[in-house]
Design a protein around this ligand. Structure first.
Ligand code: ZN
Ligand code: ZN
Length: 312
């Protein structure tokens, strides 16, 4: 038992999950349950209806595969069957990643502001579920490929019925929301509590670090999930941007700018960052807009320990 009382022995081992799903009939059962069920209706699917939908005639064979899924991915009820949360998640992941006809996008002009040179000669392209933002007029934030400003993982379904500009906003919004989840202590993939460490660097770091962030890159926040290995690193100002006090500060001064947009995000480059103390780590970020300023001091776990001026 863990400290919350969750039974750890009852979890499906990854090897078991893979072998359970590596069979056409078994995946067919999950997909059929997902296709027949109406969201929020919570009406189980009857045995005969399920068997018809999967298209298996041999009931012995069908029972065998259904039995394998029960308890892990399928729940058996008095009047039928339904997906468990884990079963639902499996089907959703597969559906998000497939079924889109053209999951790639040629490089094209997108016209968002470059976070480095301030120009608007920027492009996006999409391949292998990654959306790449590049500036064609400056070296960008990362050395390869030339002009790289950002890269976002977006499932193919995210491209459906969206312009390149809208797909790009999907990328930044997803990062903002996932980052907020991490800061709240919840891994956005598996919900476990991530580790958060702030590391300080004396000089510029290894070659794959964003070259143009030199002035603000000396403090890096590392986020890591011990369970699912989701790992990120960001300049610390990135995460401070989504603190409620900063969102509120900018909302009062530029109400039309969505805090989940790129336009909001690039303002982070204008922040002043100061090392107040090395042991314990205290870093002060000053956010400015015209004559006004807001300062947040945070510690080694990215917790804000002081705000000046205090919000009203
Ligand atoms: Zn540029
Ligand atoms: Zn995780």
């Amino acid at each position: 038992m863990s400290k919350t009382g969750a039974k750890e022995g009852s979890a499906v081992r990854p090897e078991t999950a893979f072998s359970l799903l590596g069979n056409e009939t078994r995946f067919g059962i999950l997909k059929a349950l997902w296709e027949i069920s109406e969201p929020l209706a919570s009406k189980p699917v009857s045995y005969s209806n399920l068997m018809d939908e999967v298209g298996v005639r041999d009931s012995g064979n069908f029972n065998y595969h259904l039995g394998k899924l029960e308890g892990h991915f399928v729940r058996s009820l008095e009047d039928g069957y339904e997906l468990t949360a884990a079963g639902e998640q499996i089907v959703q992941t597969v559906v998000a990643g497939t079924g889109v006809e053209h999951p790639s996008m040629e490089e094209q002009h997108v016209g968002v502001v470059c976070a480095v040179c301030g120009g608007t000669e920027t492009t996006v392209q999409y391949d292998d579920e990654i959306l790449l933002l590049r500036c064609t007029e400056c070296p960008g934030s990362y050395p390869t490929p030339p002009g790289k400003l950002a890269a976002f993982q977006i499932p193919p379904a995210g491209l459906t019925d969206r312009t390149p500009r809208e797909v790009f906003e999907v990328g930044i919004t997803r990062v903002a929301l996932k980052t907020q989840s991490m800061i709240e202590g919840i891994c956005p993939t598996c919900s476990m509590e991530p580790t958060i460490d702030v590391k300080l660097y004396d000089e510029h770091m290894d070659h794959d670090e964003p070259a143009e962030f030199e002035d603000t890159m000396w403090a890096i926040a590392y986020y890591g999930c011990p369970r699912c290995k989701l790992t990120w690193r960001f300049p610390t100002w990135t995460t401070v941007m989504w603190h409620p006090a900063v969102i509120s500060f900018f909302y009062q001064r530029m109400p039309d700018v969505d805090p989940l947009s790129w336009e909001y995000f690039v303002r982070g480059r204008e922040f002043d960052q100061e090392l107040v103390s090395e042991d314990p780590i205290r870093i002060a970020i000053t956010v400015r807009y015209e004559g006004d300023a807001l300062q947040l001091t945070y510690d080694e776990s990215m917790s804000v320990v002081d705000i000046d001026p205090e919000p009203l």
